[in-house]
Design a binder for this molecule. Sequence first.
Ligand SMILES: *[C@@H]1O[C@H](CO)[C@@H](O)[C@H](O)[C@H]1NC(C)=O
Ligand SMILES: *[C@@H]1O[C@H](CO)[C@@H](O)[C@H](O)[C@H]1NC(C)=O
Length: 330
Amino acid sequence: MEGSFGFYKKMPFFLCVLVAMSMANTVNGQGTRVGFYATTCSRAESIVKSTVESHLNSDSTLAAGLLRMHFHDCFVQGCDGSILIDGAGTEKTAGPNGGLRGYEVIDDAKTKLEAACAGVVSCADILALAARDSVVWSGGVSWQVPTGRKDGRVSKASDAGNLPSPFDSVDVQKNKFSDKGLNTQDLVTLVGGHTIGTTSCGLISSRIYNFNGTASADPSIDPSFLPTLRSLCPQNGDGSKRVALDNGSQTKFDTSFFANLRSGRGILQSDQALWADASTKTIVQRFLGVRGLLGLVFNAEFGKSMVKMSNIGVKTGADSEIRKKCSAFN
Ligand SMILES: *[C@@H]1O[C@H](CO)[C@@H](O)[C@H](O)[C@H]1NC(C)=O
Ligand SMILES: *[C@@H]1O[C@H](CO)[C@@H](O)[C@H](O)[C@H]1NC(C)=O
């Protein structure tokens, strides 16, 4: 402390402010910081990036899978790699996690990192970096991922009950996010991650055939889009068939998802609901650059909200470890 105070004393005041500001940007109260591995495993981030890229080059659909996996990790037990653990009754066996994909990408990166610097880089950090790299690979703008998370030692399916559901109202979605320290703007921004990826027909069939027991479709669906949805997901058809969450732009990380909400072309009930609620609609409109509202740049906000999310419940103490293998506790 003495040393750092002396460091400040020798500087003009405005420089002190600048240094303090840049420290505030890279360090947060939870123990993660940008460049955590700079001296202990300097190639850590580039190894993750090249591993992610090589997998996405052969299967582009894993980009959305890795982004979603990080989100599902953070919302249960914090961002601690608990989603990655194999075995009966672990988080990954919970219903809402059934469709997660891309575990092999994380395992592959871990193998390479253990070869380069054994026992240094956590699985939780690999996942946080892989989510960022997947967004960038999909055309999004990069951001700096603070690292230094350790891996958790608990993974239970029964903890996964509070994950957001595609049937949640806006109020429920807001509550689930605020429970994790994320505000309404973070909610809309992070749901905007549905600009890439798909969902299964099984999760929308009631919405397009028997909404809320009405024997007809959700009236918030654009009537000219309904035939498309019904032909993509025939009634009593294959519930595992996939539908793009951002019709027309499902592989590109952009604001087309929000434009689709404005047109009644959201796919999930919980997504389209963001356009019906005044508090979330305004934020969607700001991303769309609606005149008279203060604009928001989606690609910039996404990185900021991801950093907030990636700091949920970070573990660094005795309740955590650096796993040797991401799918098993040490
Ligand atoms: C579903 O129907 C119930 C009563 O029939 C109604 O109170 C509720 O608001 C409806 N929900 C939606 C999402 O429309
Ligand atoms: C997107 O919607 C159009 C109709 O507007 C439809 O023809 C097309 O199949 C849809 N594409 C996907 C991938 O859902």
